[in-house]
Write a protein that binds this ligand. Structure first.
Ligand code: LMR
Length: 391
């Protein structure tokens, strides 16, 4: 049996972590996988998380199973931060904890599939795992262009898709801090998208994995809130990996908004059944730590402060890159108006390899960089390396 399996390539993005770690050059720069780094290049545990973990160690009296929905205290405490004033009432929303944002996307796609969706449209380029998850769930994928030539989102492509989508189609949208392009929809575009979704009846799945790292917690939720206020059914896949710095602890949630409480109850029962068959229940610790923070006003304030300082640092790095103008053939100015941790650079696979081999700069083969991997201390070296390989 087992010898019938073909060798699979390692995940290209995750493989970079090992390559980077094995590089002995002290000047190496990690712009690969999406983890935030401080001005000193570190990825420390949030102070608020450390405190919450301390309280958990002292106060938690059991590790007994919860259930496939995980820690509902966590799921419900997070809801006001995600949905704000747009939080649906009358039982029209519920959620469940998932293993990271990946688990949330996976569950959203599996639920859509079970509900009869045959094809999901997604803007490209997208987070590479989106396509893998869709394929693995047996979902047909339709693609449209995400970023236009003028540095804004390609609204025409999205308009076309929503006009032609079939009755068994859904659309996958990035809520904020688009991965990998950093090109987000403006508020006015979200207003239009919400109207188009309403008119077309195409159900949206919104992936919100970087709330707070673009323009702020509320601003980054504008699209989600607008869509939730406009259409009867939405699935929101949420990740706490970045905005609570919990990466390896795998903390996410899936929220389902339905036409009425009865629909939502049924969605949750299907979500629980799918979770049980996939991972039984999500890992507890990270979600519990987030719950402890969100149940405590002063810890919540600490967390929001830490998140805001990360957001500001990313903004400073973006501004400095944009000020550099061009590096070789690469125009860095658009990075100043893009959002979040990522940007796509127009570099070839060979140039990516040359950056790695000659300059110790690690980035995805697609040309994506994690802007948050740059510091004021290494930006100049990065820009010079880029100029060297593209000039
Ligand atoms: C990324 O795109 O770098 C992150 O979302 C991490 C991941 O799981 O791919």
């Amino acid at each position: 049996m087992l010898d019938r399996l073909n060798q699979q390539p390692p995940d290209a993005l995750l493989a970079l972590i090992k390559l980077y770690n094995a590089d002995p050059r002290p000047t190496k720069i990690d712009l690969g996988v999406g983890v935030y780094r401080t001005a000193d290049g570190a990825t420390p545990v949030f102070g608020a998380i450390k405190e919450a973990e301390k309280r958990l160690v002292e106060g938690q009296d059991t590790k007994a199973y919860l259930g496939p929905e995980g820690d509902m205290g966590f799921v419900h405490a997070l809801m006001p931060h995600v949905f704000g004033d747009a939080l649906p009432t009358g039982g029209r929303i519920d959620g469940m904890q998932t293993p990271g944002g990946t688990g949330a996307v996976r569950l959203a796609v599996a639920l859509a599939h079970k509900a009869g969706v045959q094809k999901i449209w997604m803007g490209t380029p997208s987070w590479p795992n989106h396509a893998q998850i869709l394929a693995d769930c047996g979902m047909e994928t339709g693609t449209f262009n995400h970023a236009g030539d003028n540095g804004s989102a390609d609204m025409d492509a999205l308009r076309d898709v929503l006009a032609k989508a079939g009755k068994d189609d859904a659309v996958l949208l990035h809520g904020a801090c688009h991965n990998p392009t950093g090109v987000d929809y403006t508020d006015a575009e979200w207003d239009e998208i919400a109207g188009l979704l309403k008119d077309s009846g195409v159900p949206p799945i919104i992936d919100l994995a970087y709330q707070g790292l673009g323009d702020g917690m509320d601003a980054d939720a504008y699209g989600v809130r607008k869509v939730v206020s406009s259409v009867p059914e939405v699935l929101v896949a949420y990740s706490c990996d970045k905005n609570f710095g919990l990466y390896r602890d795998r903390v996410g949630a899936l929220y389902a908004i339905g036409g009425d409480a009865d629909v939502v109850t049924r969605v949750m029962s299907n979500g629980s059944a799918l979770a049980r068959a996939n991972w039984s229940m999500p890992p507890d610790h990270g979600g519990a730590a987030v719950r402890v923070i969100l149940e405590d006003e002063s810890l919540t304030a600490n967390w929001l402060e830490e998140l805001e300082s990360m957001r500001q640092r990313i903004g400073q790095v973006r501004a400095k890159l944009a000020e550099s103008g061009t590096a070789g053939s690469v125009d860095l100015t658009p990075l100043g108006k893009q959002k979040g941790m990522f940007a796509m650079l127009p570099v070839s696979k060979e140039q990516v390899q040359q950056l790695r081999e000659d300059h110790g700069v690690y980035m995805a083969g697609s040309g994506r960089i994690n802007v948050a991997g740059l510091t004021m201390g290494n930006i100049d070296a990065f820009v010079a390396a880029l100029a060297d390989v593209t000039g």
